[in-house]
Design a protein around this ligand. Structure first.
Ligand code: FES
Ligand code: FES
Length: 150
């Protein structure tokens, strides 16, 4: 079988392969992070047809036919996505480990709701954990991205 990842068709010979492992180790897309491996931290979040999905909890076969986007696929010809730029502008990163997952969850939210309330942002990001505790800056970054769409 084949999967579409960041707009490219990629071979996926084993439908039972864990999706996060496939992305990181088979395709080399290491921007998607391994945190807990149990669906609890959100570090592994990718978009499948625009919807956030914790890739550690999925298999390749479960997303067959879907269009997968990872953090490597969100910039446009080298220009940062509006959400990425907002994270930079709000200095939302400390160690940065959690950030790809937060950005993917935020992009998924803004595709559903271009002008979310602060509560909606909190709710949408509630499945993502930041051990450095930059939650308020992350929230501000998502609110900023919503004010300044691409
Ligand atoms: S690594 Fe997937 S939710 Fe933590
Ligand atoms: S910035 Fe370090 S875990 Fe979030």
């Amino acid at each position: 079988m084949a999967l579409t990842v960041n707009g490219e068709e990629r071979d996926a010979p084993n439908p039972r392969r864990n999706l996060l492992s496939y992305l990181r180790y088979d395709l080399g897309l290491t921007g998607t992070k391994y945190g807990c491996g149990e669906g609890l931290c959100g570090a592994c979040t990718v978009l499948v047809d625009g919807q956030p999905l914790k890739s550690c909890m999925s298999t390749v076969g479960a997303v067959a036919g879907g269009s997968i986007m990872t953090i490597e696929g969100v910039s446009n010809d080298g220009a940062l996505h509006a959400v990425q730029q907002a994270f930079v502008d709000e200095s939302a990163m400390q160690c940065g480990y959690c950030i790809p997952g937060f950005i993917m969850a935020a992009i998924g939210l803004l595709e559903r709701d271009a002008r979310p309330s602060r509560d909606t942002v909190r709710q949408a990001l509630s499945g993502n954990v930041c051990r450095c505790g930059t939650y308020l800056r992350i929230e501000r970054a998502v609110m900023r991205a919503a004010r300044e769409p691409p």
